[in-house]
Design a protein around this ligand. Structure first.
Ligand code: PEP
Ligand code: MG
Length: 893
């Protein structure tokens, strides 16, 4: 606690850039005040004061005096004192963190009312009913949020009062009824909180301020911060604001408004208004609101002023704003504004609209959207027009639209999906035992847990649709059913649909339509065409802004012509990783077996001879699809046992055959080979360059196939740009040996075909030793491609195949990291190795080409990092290419 620290700011002292200190609400109230808009006077207690309180358990010593000084100033301005008996100043106390946060204490209104001042208020307002209603609201809110009394008790008492009077709406209670209700409320407080409702207005205010501080650490607030990755040490500000009343009669009211439609971005009048009501009535939906446009006929003067203010705010914030306002006896007051939340689609539309209006430039437009939103727009979606019953809503944990039969255990999920059924796995929560079921299911639905629950984390990792924490659905796994709030039951086998982008759950099959944005990227829809909607046009423009600015090139991880062509349509500027292992599967497996089982040189040569033309044909197709653009072909990487039968299955087969005295020589040899190749840690075993060095002829066959394919394409007047990449190199010596052999082969192909071949040869940097000795390795490599999957695995010592399903949930929950390091690059650890390797590599070879082809290449945050460390390109799966292009543009803007 610093002696000179200022803990309280009058609304006239702050501005919108002080969100860290004043919270979002406080900073914007100050900004509006300074714009000369009608904001009820007040002051903000800083997040710093909250932090001192949370750290030490008591408010900063200076706070009380500072609050007193600001309160006095406020009283001076308003010409009345807080809680003054004959004419009370009343204030609201509201929380306001940097990020808006459900689960925190929201608001206590009408502070300053007491047994004494309630009559003063009645006189001043000329409305006894209003005064007593305000008082009962204060006791109710204060009792609940500050003193921790169960809110239902007040609600029940209110219901009783209405029943006694035989009325149904609150407004039919008269002053006398409300007086009785206040008495009843005070009794509830006394019994439940063990103290009287405080009559001293300053005590009311101080307790409310403390309650706001305390609410920062409420369970729901903490959970929300964990889910949204908001740091726990920011603290909240507290806003003390003089009260204005929307419930003083028909010439008063309250409402919310948007400066444009948060769903479409269209400009116009959007919002709701409720006559003769206080803000909480709107939120609670107690009475029906009217469309904001109707305010024009109710109170033209206030309406015109509000429209004027909305324009001022949009021009000032240069963005969509949302607003809360109150009209007190014909006078308009602004209670809150902020840059408004919007859907992913609206974000793109609004950004381009604002460019057209000249409010922001292209670079700023790029900052108004992000890759996660674009990815969201690329998922297939449910047809919104379909009439299907929504039965619940949970947390949108992993996007997508999934339809299937309800199953309540993993065993059934696997069994049904094997017989061709689509299933949705429904669990209360999932655990590692559910993994098989999650893999088998189209989507996962849970009734418990948030964005970092096991189900959410694993589903996102698998790219599976997931809705979690749909609490109103009661899941009964024993009886294989779930019960809806209305008592309706969904049985095993009933079809359900889940929307991982909105969290909505439906009973029955919702038809799925392809995303228009994907149709556009696929070239099936053109931005200028009649049927293209505004969204597609906006995406088209934003992508152009990004492409004009980005320095990073974007390539695809693709290993067949189909993927390569799609990647090209999506804007790929080449292939950054062609994994050749898939080319060894299917019917070619027997040739690989032959290669592995070969006892002598001739047999091995024969097997390679058979594989060569097949590989060559693969590459010809690929080079053709990517004609004119670089294609990085990686030589075989995985351990050989992956191409052999499963050890257990094979053992059983051999044992059964033995029992039948049916001797199968080949199976026996196979089993021996499987045993010979078996490794405890295959990921750290005979794979990558090690294979090339140990299995004679394997890599040279692949290099020959690449060279011959390139020669073939050149003869066909094509423009192949092949690059040969060696995986899992740890030391320059490995690379030198492979390189020498490769160069010989290439020279041979050149001689044989007479075609002048230019093939670049480089390596992956995916082991810590490679990164640490990058300066040496660059002597033998024309390019580096960072394999951040293996690099993350080896730097952390995390098995990339196991950890996300085993202990990562616990790690995320404990906040050890906010996101899996396999998803977003670990800048401090893995990232610093990348940074050093970039520098060392370029120091050796200034024209070294640098890229990344691990999963991180398509992750928004990681793309920014790769831009920053100066890579030349990122490479990612075809579907992530637009996201990578956008983020590369944002990084450069
Ligand atoms: C990597 O390790 O990052 C990589 C791209 O290679 P793979 O995922 O095939 O091991
Ligand atoms: Mg790898």
């Amino acid at each position: 606690e610093n002696k000179d620290q200022k803990f309280v700011y009058d609304f006239t002292e702050g501005n919108k850039d002080l969100k860290d200190l004043l919270g979002g609400k406080g900073a914007n109230l100050a900004e509006m005040t300074n714009l000369g808009l009608p904001v009820p006077p007040g002051f903000t207690i800083t997040t710093e004061a909250c932090k001192v309180y949370l750290d030490s358990g008591h408010e900063p010593t200076a706070l009380r005096d500072e609050v007193s000084a600001h309160l006095e100033a406020l009283e001076g301005r308003m010409g009345k004192k807080l809680g003054q008996a004959d004419d009370p100043l009343l204030v609201s106390v509201r929380s306001g963190a940097k990020f808006s946060m459900p689960g925190m204490m929201d608001t206590v209104l009408n502070i300053g009312l007491s047994d004494a001042s309630v009559t003063g208020l009645a006189q001043q307002a000329g409305d006894e009913r209003f005064a007593w209603d305000s008082y009962r609201r204060l006791i109710q809110m204060f009792g609940k949020t500050v003193l921790g009394v169960d809110g239902d008790l007040f609600e029940e008492a209110l219901e009783e009062a209405k029943e006694a009077k035989k009325v149904t709406v609150d407004t039919d209670l008269e002053a006398g009824d409300l007086k009785k209700l206040v008495k009843h409320f005070k009794k509830i407080v006394k019994t439940e909180a063990g103290r009287d409702f405080p009559q001293d207005p300053r005590e009311q205010m101080d307790l409310a301020i403390k309650a706001v501080f305390d609410s920062w650490n409420g369970d729901r607030a903490k959970l929300y911060r964990r889910q949204e990755r908001i740091p726990h040490d920011l603290g909240t500000a507290v806003n003390v604001c003089s009260m204005v009343f929307g419930n003083l009669g028909p010439d008063s009211g309250t409402g919310v408004a948007f400066t444009r439609d948060p769903a479409s971005g269209h400009q116009g009048v959007y919002g709701d208004y409720l006559q003769n009501a206080q803000g909480e009535d709107v939120v609670a939906g107690i009475r029906n609101t009217v469309a904001l446009a109707e305010l024009e006929s109710i109170d033209k003067k206030s309406y015109d002023q509000l429209m004027q203010i909305m324009e001022t705010l949009e021009n000032h914030y240069k963005d969509l704003c949302d607003i809360e306002f109150t009209i007190e006896r014909g006078k308009l007051w602004m209670l809150q504004t902020r840059v408004g939340k919007r859907t992913a689609g609206a974000a793109f539309r609004i950004a381009t609209q604002l460019v057209d209006q000249g409010l922001i430039d292209e670079a700023e437009a790029l900052q108004r959207v992000n890759g996660a939103q674009l990815a969201q727009l690329m998922f297939p979606r449910f047809d919104e027009k379909a009439a299907v019953e929504q039965i619940g809503r949970g947390i949108a944990a992993s996007p997508g639209a999934a339809v299937g039969k309800a199953v309540f255990d993993s065993y059934t999920a696997v069994k049904w999906s094997r017989s061709g059924e689509k299933v949705i796995l429904i669990r209360r929560e999932t655990n590692p035992d559910d993994l098989d079921g999650m893999i088998a299911a189209e989507g996962i639905l849970t009734s418990r847990g948030g964005k970092t629950s096991h189900a959410a984390v694993v589903a996102r990792g698998m790219g599976k649709t997931c809705v979690c924490g749909a609490e109103e659905l009661e899941v009964d796994t024993k009886r294989r059913r779930m019960t809806l709030p209305g008592g309706q039951v969904v049985e095993e086998g009933d079809v359900v649909s889940i929307d991982g982008s909105s969290g909505k759950v439906y009973l029955g099959e919702v038809p799925v339509v392809p995303s228009p944005v994907v149709e556009y990227f696929e070239g099936r829809m053109h931005a200028g065409a009649d049927d293209a909607d505004e969204l597609v046009a906006a995406v088209h423009r934003i992508m152009a802004y990004a492409d004009r600015r980005r320095r990073l090139r974007v390539r695809a991880n693709a290993d067949n012509a189909e993927d390569a062509l799609r990647a090209r349509r999506f804007g790929a500027q080449g292939i950054g990783l062609c994994r050749t292992e898939h080319m060894f599967l299917g019917e070619r497996r027997s040739m690989v077996e032959k290669l592995i089982l070969a006892d002598h040189e001739e047999e091995r040569a024969e097997a390679l001879e058979e594989l060569l033309p097949l590989q060559r044909a693969d590459f010809i197709e690929l080079f053709e699809a990517m004609d004119g653009l670089p294609v990085t072909v990686r030589l075989l990487d995985p351990p050989l046992h992956e191409f052999l039968p499963d050890i257990t299955e094979l053992s059983v087969r051999v044992a059964l055959a033995e029992a039948r005295k049916d001797h199968n020589e080949n199976d026996l040899r196979l089993l021996q080979a499987v045993h010979r190749l078996h490794e405890q840690n295959p990921m750290l075993g005979l794979r990558g360059v090690r294979l090339g060095l140990v299995i004679p002829g394997l890599f040279t066959m692949q290099v020959r196939a690449i060279a011959e394919a390139a020669a073939h394409r050149i003869e066909a007047k094509g423009d192949p740009r092949a690059e040969i990449m060696i995986p899992l190199v740890g030391t320059v010596q490995e690379l030198e040996i492979v390189r020498e052999e490769a160069e010989q082969v290439i020279a041979e192909v050149r001689r044989q075909t007479g075609v002048e071949l230019k093939l670049a040869l480089g390596t992956m940097i995916e082991l810590p030793r490679a990164a640490l000795t990058a300066g040496q390795i660059a002597e033998a490599a024309q390019f580096f491609s960072f394999g951040t999957n293996d690099l993350t695995q080896t730097v952390w010592g995390f098995s990339r195949d196991d950890v996300e399903a085993s202990f990562f949930t616990a790690y995320l929950e404990k906040g050890i990291f906010g996101v899996s390091p396999f998803e977003t690059i670990d800048k401090d650890g893995v990232g610093s190795l990348v940074r050093n390797a970039v520098e060392a590599g370029r120091a050796t070879r200034p024209d070294l080409k640098l890229g990344v082809c691990g999963e991180h290449g398509g992750d928004p945050e990681s793309v920014h990092f790769f831009h920053e460390v100066g890579l030349d390109y990122v490479s990612c799966s075809p579907f992530r290419i637009p996201v990578a292009r956008l983020e590369a543009g944002r990084a450069a803007a």
